[in-house]
Design a protein around this ligand. Structure first.
Ligand code: SF4
Ligand code: SF4
Ligand code: FES
Length: 493
């Protein structure tokens, strides 16, 4: 590469935090440079991807230079200069932090014991770490509405709000809905929906719940059925579109397993949060990911069937293997929700003997956003790119893929109409959910869903992202990856 096209090297500045020498990129603020060097400075209103209002003052640091008096400034808006010495733990900063926390909690109810954010709350952490003292105010706390619905999905507890404005800035700067604003001033200030906007229409709205540093913004869904300390996260991928956003799937911890009440709650998805992935989704996800429980927890298919009659899983696999072995003109309809590993197993089992065509398992739902400025992509299948690397797409005229002399059709996954199968052809269906077509197939075999298996998806840009199992698979259900090998070999899984 010639010098002419080399990107200009960024100027590095030497500075120090609490006596430890560090380097900052020219233009970085103290809070950014501190983070880059592994030092966390307390913050409420600052966020790495939003504008800097500098209104909470908890990030105050003391700054010394070679000449002149030391001074205090907010780390989130203070650029690093060469030779700067930053103190985050000096006695003066400790006093300032304590006073700031006294001020911020002046009207906050500190009702951590009943707050859903408790356990994930920055205010709670800083209150213990930086203040820890009872309120010095003799005046009663100002009361405000406890439960104000900002939308059908999000509840605002005004008393807990510390007016950091992260939620307002998110709707202005990221989602673009401009659906939230602040009204009134001082301790009467409130977050409110903007007059000419509807927060329900913001398809990224739930990100403000994660952004809110206190328990002021809560998911109406989560607040009624789970607390964060009962839950653990498993790394996963949203299958809602070809973006394949990285997510955490939250579910009940083993030690909090329910033995009474409804034990099915041990294997439900309690919430979804974004998992930071700069290559795919950055820090955000759309609300479709938040609603994945509705997608994954549809009525399942758990029983193998032969022409609608229940049979053992092993009998169903043997019957399907026999059909495949005897087929003269078989065709496979390949899932675009299968993982890379399942697709590879399918290709290894049938690649040279069975022609395959990739279908869309899911199409956009009525009213669903097809594509937008931020993350949402038009193809509502997470792994069509990987499937298309192995097999062609199912043609629009399906009969071009399924000629009249087709004798066995192997249908993997959802989204394929059995009426398109040539008359006389046998049908093997592999699916996870209860569909009428399952009982009309010659053989139906129930397969696991994403939350029950490990794997990878390849998104529209070719980025490969892993997902992990959160729940055990029932004995009557088989993993497709093992099934394909068994079907081709005619052996049990
Ligand atoms: S609701 Fe939460 S995010 Fe919004 S201003 Fe209040 S504290 Fe900040
Ligand atoms: S953009 Fe697509 S992959 Fe990302 S969260 Fe939304 S539906 Fe899921
Ligand atoms: S984080 Fe710096 S003023 Fe709020």
């Amino acid at each position: 590469m010639s010098d002419a096209v080399m990107p200009a090297a960024k100027k590095m500045l030497d500075f120090a935090i609490d006596g430890v020498p560090m380097q900052a990129v020219d233009g970085q603020t103290v809070i950014q440079a501190a983070r880059a060097n592994g030092v966390e400075i307390p913050h409420f209103c600052w966020h790495p991807q939003l504008s800097v209002p500098g209104n909470c003052r908890i990030c105050m640091v003391e700054i010394e230079q070679d000449s002149g008096d030391p001074w205090f400034d907010i780390a989130c808006n203070m650029p690093v200069t060469a030779g700067m010495r930053v103190l985050t733990k000096s006695e003066k900063i400790k006093t300032l932090n304590q006073d700031t926390m006294q001020f911020i909690t002046l009207n906050h109810p500190v009702d951590c014991g009943v707050c859903n954010k408790s356990g994930e709350c920055l205010l709670q952490d800083y209150h213990y770490e930086l203040n820890g003292a009872a309120s010095k105010s003799r005046d009663p706390k100002t009361h405000a509405t406890k439960f104000f619905p900002l939308s059908d999905r999000i509840m605002l507890d005004n008393e807990r709000c510390i007016m950091c404005t992260l939620c307002v800035r998110f709707t202005n700067e990221v989602s673009g809905s401009k659906a939230l604003g602040a009204v009134n001033r001082g301790d009467h200030a409130l977050i409110r929906p903007a007059e000419d906007a509807d927060f329900n229409l913001d398809v990224y709205s739930d990100n403000v719940i994660d952004l809110c540093p206190v328990g002021a913004l809560l998911s109406t869904e989560l607040m009624t059925h789970a607390r964060v300390w009962y839950l653990q996260a498993t790394k996963s991928v949203c299958p809602g579109c070809e973006r394949g956003c990285s997510i955490d799937v939250w579910h009940r911890k083993h030690e909090w397993k329910l033995n009474a009440l409804d034990p099915r709650l041990n294997t439900t998805i309690d919430r979804i949060t974004p998992h930071e992935n700069p290559e795919v989704n950055g820090l955000w996800v759309c609300n479709k990911a938040r609603d994945l429980a509705q997608l994954f927890e549809r009525p399942r298919a758990e029983q193998s069937l032969q022409r609608g009659a229940p049979v053992d899983l092993s009998a169903a696999i043997a019957a399907a293997a026999k059909l495949m072995a005897a087929a003269k003109k078989p065709v496979a309809i390949v899932s675009s929700w299968g993982s890379n590993e399942e697709l590879a197993a399918f290709h290894a089992a049938f690649g040279t003997t069975v022609p395959g065509f990739v279908k869309a398992d899911h199409l956009p739902l009525p009213g669903e956003v097809i594509e937008d400025h931020l993350l949402i992509k038009p193809d509502k299948n997470p792994n069509r790119k990987a499937a298309l690397a192995l097999y062609p797409a199912l043609p629009e005229r399906v009969s071009d893929a399924l000629p009249a002399d087709t004798d066995v059709v192997l249908v993997w996954g959802e989204g394929f109409d059995s009426a398109l199968v040539p008359s006389g052809a046998k049908v093997i269906r592999l699916d996870s959910y209860a569909h009428a077509a399952n009982s009309t197939a010659d053989v139906f075999i129930p397969i696991s869903v994403q939350t029950e298996r490990n794997g990878h998806y390849t998104n529209f840009k070719g980025v490969v992202t892993p997902f992990e199992a959160c729940f055990p698979v029932k004995p009557s259900i088989v993993h497709a990856e093992a099934l394909f090998t068994a079907l081709a070999a005619g052996t049990p899984v």
